[in-house]
Design a protein around this ligand. Sequence first.
Ligand code: BV8
Length: 242
Amino acid sequence: MRDMNQIRNIVILTGAGISAESGIDTFRGGGGLWEQHRVEDVATPEAFARDPDLVQRFYDMRRAAIQEKLPNDAHFALARLDAGWPGELLIVTQNVDDLHERAGARRVLHMHGEHLKVLCTACDTRSPWRAPLLDRPLCPACGVPALRPDVVWFGEMPYQMDAIYAALRGADLFVSIGTSGAVYPAAGLVRDARDLGAATLELNLERSQGSHWFAETRLGPATQLVPQWVEQMLASGPDNNA
Ligand code: BV8
C-alpha cells in the first residue's frame, strides 16, 4: 500500500458492519431475514406495490429502532478524521441510519438514502421524518398521503453516483469498513478505485466477497480497527510530513 504520508484524498465506504456494535442488525447477520421475509424481497418497489403495509412496517420498525441507538467508537473515530484531515475526505455510506452524523461527521453521502427522510410519490418532495408511515400521514409539502421511505430499494438507482465517482477519481486511498461486498454498485467501487490508481484497505470482521480486490485487509471489530487506523492516519497525515 502507498506510504501513508503520500495520502491526501480519501474515500471511505461504510456498510452495516460499522453500526453493528451500536446494536443495529446487519443485513446478513440474522440470515438476512425479517419476519421470515428475505430483505431483498421486502426492500423493492415491487414489494411496496404488492404489499405497502408490509414494507411500511419494515421501515417503521427500523426507523424507530435507530433513534434509540448511539454511535460507537468507529463512528466517532471517522468523525475525528473528518474534522482533522486537511485533504479531501468523503464518507460514502450504504447505511440508512444517522450514526455518522450523530458522531459529528460532516462529509457524509448516503448512497442508499436515509431512514429519517421520506419521499412523496405525489410531489417528489423529500422531508425529514421520524414517525411511522403505516397510518398514511400527509405529505408536509402537498398534503397527499403518498409518503414512502427515502431509501434506495433493490432495482433502484443509488443516489449521487456522479459525486461518488468524482471523489474516486481524485482519491489516493479507498477504505471499506463493515460491508459484505454483496450489493452493487457499492461492492464494485473498490475495483473502480484500484483502476483509478488509489490504494485500497478493507477493515471488516471477516473476509468479504470483495476482499481479494483490496491491497490490504485487516480483520476485527470496527470499534477496534477504525480508531487504530484513524490514529495512524492523523499521525502520518499529509501535513505531518510536509
Ligand atoms: C441497482 C437500503 C441498477 C435499503 C440497500 C445480480 C448480480 C449483481 C447485481 C445484481 C444482480 N441482480 C440485481 C443486482 C443489482 C442489485 C444487487 O447488487 N443485488 C445483490 C443482492 C446481488 N443492486 C441494486 O439493485 C442497486 N441498484 O443496481 O440499480 C440500476 C441501473 C440503472 C437504472 C436503475 C437501476 C441498489 C441496491 C441498494 C439496495 N438498498 N439498502 C435498506 O436499508 O433497507 S442494500 C443494503 O444491503 C445495504 O445498503 C448495503 O448496500 C447492502 C449490503 O449490506 P452491508 O452493508 O454490506 O451489510 P451486510 O450485513 O451484508 O454485511 C455486513 C458486513 O459487516 C459483513 O461483512 C460482516 O462481516 C461485517 N461486520 C459485522 N459486524 C462487524 C462487521 N465489521 C466490522 N465490525 C463489526 N462489529
